[in-house]
Design a protein around this ligand. Structure first.
Ligand SMILES: Nc1ncnc2c1ncn2[C@@H]1O[C@H](COP(=O)(O)OP(=O)(O)OP(=O)(O)O)[C@@H](O)[C@H]1O
Ligand SMILES: [Mg+2]
Length: 286
């Protein structure tokens, strides 16, 4: 499945790295470990919840542990809109990391075994594609094997954001004309893969409703920890609803001072009535 593997150094735990760096006391590390063992939870999440460390400490440790790559400012590998890919401490990227933490706790936690989530919003231009791309980057930076799927076959964008050829993608896989080779690794961003939408079909909604889409997600869930799926506007097309149901959960994006509360309510209703979980909503300040 052309999936990334954790090839980087796992030999040192997050706790050990933070103790060495003087960011965590051995006593606190013990306390965190005890809770982790009791609840089968992750070290980083638990340590934050207990107030022993901050998200910045976790990011610091993961950067050491995974030696993940960020791009120097001005690098042309991906569009500059994918701000999280660049070495920056911009407030926006901090916000993305906070959202990542919320999603880890509420949706992708190890017990629930959720792997996929649809990124939805009511209208055009509210930032679904931007958020999906940037969230995918910050998840991959956490060491998660991350796949971003562009299921917006109406106005696909991810191939532009990641500078990929869009001739072969999701549409070709769903219609049986391509296989997993359509999934592209984004090097040097470790652990990140993107499946572009592929050529625009005449019948996106019908294509997404096929059992082939569910089967694809099931298969990909064996290979990836986190699968984020970009969708068209929920008000205009049933595609978003279909994707949310297949993913079993959705994140609802609202654009600050633009999205109407009525439309947001309607979009939320569309998603939940279809049987998907509304995992959360997020206000995007463009
Ligand atoms: N938080 C943000 N900060 C800066 N720019 C943003 C932000 N969110 C979105 N944008 C920019 O706003 C524009 C519209 O965003 P995007 O394409 O993600 O919207 P969309 O909801 O996917 O729209 P469409 O309906 O066309 O699919 C893009 O140029 C994107 O880069
Ligand atoms: Mg979009």
């Amino acid at each position: 499945m052309n999936a990334p593997s954790h090839t980087t150094d796992h030999s040192r735990s997050i706790g050990a790295i933070l103790i060495d760096a003087g960011r965590l006391t051995p006593e606190n590390a013990e306390r965190v470990l005890r809770v982790c063992r009791e609840h089968g939870a992750r070290f980083g999440d638990t340590a934050i919840q207990l107030g022993a460390i901050t998200q910045a400490d976790v990011d610091f440790a993961l950067a050491r542990q995974f030696d993940y790559a960020t791009l120097p400012l001005g690098d042309q590998t991906v569009s500059e809109e994918v701000i999280a890919a660049f070495a920056t401490n911009a407030q926006t990227v901090e916000g993305l990391r906070a959202l990542r933490t919320q999603l880890m706790l509420r949706w992708f936690d190890s017990e629930a075994e959720h792997k996929a989530i649809a990124i939805t919003s009511p209208e055009h231009g509210e930032g679904r594609s931007w958020l999906a791309a940037n969230l995918a980057v910050v998840f991959s930076q956490l060491g998660e094997r991350t796949l971003l799927i562009d299921a917006d076959m109406r106005r696909p964008r991810q191939h532009e954001l990641f500078k990929l050829d869009n001739r072969v993608g999701l549409s070709a896989i769903l219609s049986g004309r391509a296989g997993s080779e359509a999934i592209k690794r984004i090097t040097p961003l470790l652990g990140l893969s993107v499946l572009p939408s592929g050529a625009t079909p005449p019948n996106p909604q019908e294509l997404l409703a096929r059992p082939a889409f569910s089967q694809l997600l099931e298969k990909l869930s064996e290979t990836y920890d986190v699968i984020l799926i970009d969708t068209p506007p929920a008000t205009d097309y049933a595609d978003a609803q279909t994707v949310a149901v297949r993913a079993s959960g959705a994140l609802l994006v609202a654009r600050k001072n633009v999205s109407s509360s009525n439309q947001l309510r309607d979009a939320a209703t569309i998603i939940t009535q279809a049987g998907a979980v509304l995992v959360g909503s997020v206000i995007n300040e463009i």
